[in-house]
Design a protein around this ligand. Structure first.
Ligand code: PGA
Length: 244
């Protein structure tokens, strides 16, 4: 893993934007894997600015999101489709038929998972996958214990994930308990991975990633076996790793 240390969230977002814009401008038909959550918001905001300044276009870009809550329709303000549309898609010139967020209200969720896999394959695979990390080491919604050979699947969310995400809902009881998530092997098949880590809440996870073993008990640890991973991490997220 190529670990880039930065001062703070803004600098992390700035560096991530440089990398993503560079890849979009370099690749003929860029295929991006995208993530939701607080971490990549700064990346999306800056990318929109670059689009407005005509430094990047999404005309030829295809996207695949990591995950979606089961039971939330794309018009639901807590769905990840809605998040992506608000935070990125509706502000840029992307063709919406090239946007792929798993459908969390599909009648047949297994079929929906297979469809996400098939579409990724048909697009030629993901060129660069953006990732955040959960406090428990999850990537996508692949919680601790998920098989490293998993493909897009329906997952039960960890209690810690439900609690962490409750901040977006009226009450914790409203947080879905399941999601559709790309599997770990799906993520590992990306040609390049960009992991963004910011803030003290991620410091324990970051220390485990840097100093711990590769184990299914800590899903992000598999990234150490990928040959093209860039981690952009800020000082607050490094406090535990660097105290060891
Ligand atoms: P966050 O979530 O960016 O909102 O911290 C990251 C994750 O849980 O993967």
């Amino acid at each position: 893993m190529n670990v880039i240390k930065v001062k703070n969230y803004d600098e992390m977002s700035e560096k991530a934007t440089e990398l993503i814009v560079n890849r979009i401008n370099t690749l003929e038909n860029p295929v991006l894997g995208l993530a939701t959550g607080s971490t990549p918001e700064g990346l999306y905001q800056r990318t929109i600015k670059k689009f407005e300044q005509k430094e990047v276009s999404f005309k030829n870009v295809t996207t695949f999101n990591l995950d979606e809550y089961v039971g939330l329709d794309k018009d639901d303000s807590n769905s990840y489709y809605y998040f992506m549309n608000e935070k990125l898609f509706r502000h840029v010139d992307i063709a919406m038929d090239r946007v792929h967020v798993p459908n969390g209200v599909a009648q047949d969720l297994e079929k929906e998972c297979m469809e996400h896999e098939r579409a990724i394959e048909q697009a030629g695979g993901i060129d660069v996958q953006v990732l955040g990390i959960g406090g428990n080491g999850h990537i996508g919604f692949n919680e601790p214990g998920t098989s490293f050979s998993s493909r897009t699947h329906v997952v039960d969310l960890d209690e810690s994930t439900i609690q962490a995400n409750a901040r977006f809902f009226n009450s914790i009881d409203d947080v879905p308990t399941q999601a559709v998530s790309m599997g770990i092997e799906t993520i590992m098949n990306s040609k390049e991975i960009l992991l963004l880590v910011s803030g003290e809440a991620k410091a324990d996870a970051m220390a485990k990633l840097l100093n711990g073993e590769v184990s299914e008990d800590f899903p992000a640890s598999i990234l150490k076996q990928h040959e093209n991973v860039t981690v952009i991490v800020d000082e607050a997220a490094l406090t535990v790793a660097e105290s060891k």
